[in-house]
Unconditional design. Structure first.
Length: 111
């Protein structure tokens, strides 16, 4: 049942006198989990590019300065996540930094 969606099966919302009452604490947990899934999924969209570079042994059409900027950017977001103890930022930017670095290394190796 929709009213049971949430952390530890607490009610995300309840209906009271024809009004929907949202449990903001449970909504936050639900959104946090969803954001983690979406962020990791989006970051993993780099995997096909990594495979194309490394399996095809070509980096044609890729701009090295752009991918270096991505490595620097995700590294700073990772640092920000660590300083603020934000699990989503830490996880996503560890992955993004590694993936971006794989692309940079591939460009250097196969260009």
């Amino acid at each position: 049942m929709l009213s049971q969606i949430g952390h530890h099966h607490h009610r995300l919302f309840r209906i009271e006198r024809d009004k929907v009452i949202i449990n903001k604490h449970e909504m936050k947990h639900w959104i946090d989990g969803l954001v983690l899934i979406v962020a990791v999924g989006g970051t993993c969209m780099m995997i096909p590019q990594i495979l194309k570079i490394w399996q095809g042994q070509t980096a044609a059409g890729l701009a090295l300065p752009t991918w270096i900027a991505y490595v620097v950017g995700t590294s700073f977001w990772l640092l920000y996540g660590i300083v603020h103890k934000d699990k989503v930022l830490i996880i996503v930017n560890i992955l993004a930094t590694i993936f971006n670095a794989c692309i940079v290394i591939g460009i250097l190796k196969f260009s």
